[in-house]
Design a protein around this ligand. Structure first.
Ligand SMILES: [Zn+2]
Length: 302
């Protein structure tokens, strides 16, 4: 069954954080986490497996920062293709034939577009190059995530769409107010990203589960596309005069059900989430049926 067929059928669960899991295993933050695909593959597979065991249907490749620009900062530009292809192989090793491997693509880490250091065209060529390597490795879908500006995510969606008809999930990072970090309302970015060919639109990272609910509710008003949500474990909150970080697996799972009720068909976790969070999310949503149908992408829809 393909990823889109499965999405028709049931709510799919994506994995949780990779970075914090690697950090917990003694990997220092000043090195390229993506280079571990070559130097410590067993460590990467161990994290993937923990998420598969927790019930994740979709495993994201450890390639979030594996674009040529960011790898160059670590002197790894020449290992670019290898790092991406290895990332797919390791995720597949853990996901097996019945799980889905999502090729993770993050922002370039520079300002793209008018007044920025990088033109939209250059950004598109970087995204296209990374997507091509991930596709060559054999991903089932591409997952563009944690984008701070709509312009950059739009460029990434366009670049991937020019290459491939694979499912594309496009996720913005959002703030406390539910808007993208460049201040665009969820209704607006949901519409724009769908129009550029994203199969699913969503949000990840951001200000925790409650802010994420705000975003998906507003996206649901603007598009019929199935939605995705991968919140951080939770931001600090003022409760009876105390600042608490509400981040328990139960807390996140209770929100997962609310996301599905609004139209989310793919739910996972971002920063600070662990296999325990994913296991509880899985329990919470496994009996729910898919909230929205998925139209196959066709060139005519762009
Ligand atoms: Zn995050």
């Amino acid at each position: 069954m393909s990823f889109l067929e499965a999405l028709h059928d049931r709510v799919l669960v994506c994995d949780g954080a990779m970075g914090s899991m690697l950090y917990d295993r003694g990997v220092f933050v000043n090195q390229s986490f993506e280079a571990l695909n070559l130097t410590r593959p067993e460590l990467v597979v161990e994290v993937h497996r923990a998420y598969v065991d927790a019930g994740a249907d979709v495993i994201e490749t450890n390639t979030f920062c594996a674009n040529r620009m960011k790898l160059a900062g670590f002197g790894l530009a020449d290992r670019f293709a290898e790092i991406n292809v290895a990332g797919v192989r390791l995720a597949r090793q853990a996901a097996g034939a019945s799980g889905y491997v999502a090729g993770a693509i993050g922002p370039l880490g520079v300002t793209v577009g008018d007044g920025g250091s990088t033109t939209v065209e250059t950004a598109e060529s970087h995204f296209a190059e990374q997507a091509a390597a991930l596709i060559e490795g054999g991903v089932d879908l591409l997952l563009l995530e944690t984008f701070g500006t709509v312009e950059e995510l739009e460029a990434a969606v366009r670049a991937v769409r020019r290459l491939s008809a694979l499912p594309v999930v496009a996720q913005m990072a959002t703030g406390e107010d539910g808007r993208s970090l460049d201040g665009v309302a969820p209704e607006q970015f949901a519409r724009t990203l769908s129009a550029h060919g994203a199969t699913m639109v969503g949000v990840n990272c951001g200000a925790g589960p409650a802010a994420t609910l705000e975003s998906v509710e507003q996206m649901a008003e603007a598009t019929d596309a199935p939605l995705s949500a991968q919140p951080n474990a939770g931001g600090p909150k003022e409760v009876e005069g105390r600042r608490l970080v509400l981040s328990s697996p139960e807390f996140l799972a209770s929100y997962a059900r609310r996301y599905v009720a609004v139209g989310v068909g793919l739910v996972g976790g971002c920063c600070g989430t662990t296999p325990a969070h994913i296991a509880r999310i899985k329990q919470a949503v496994m009996a729910l049926s898919a909230p929205r149908s998925v139209p196959a992408w066709s060139p005519a829809s762009v």
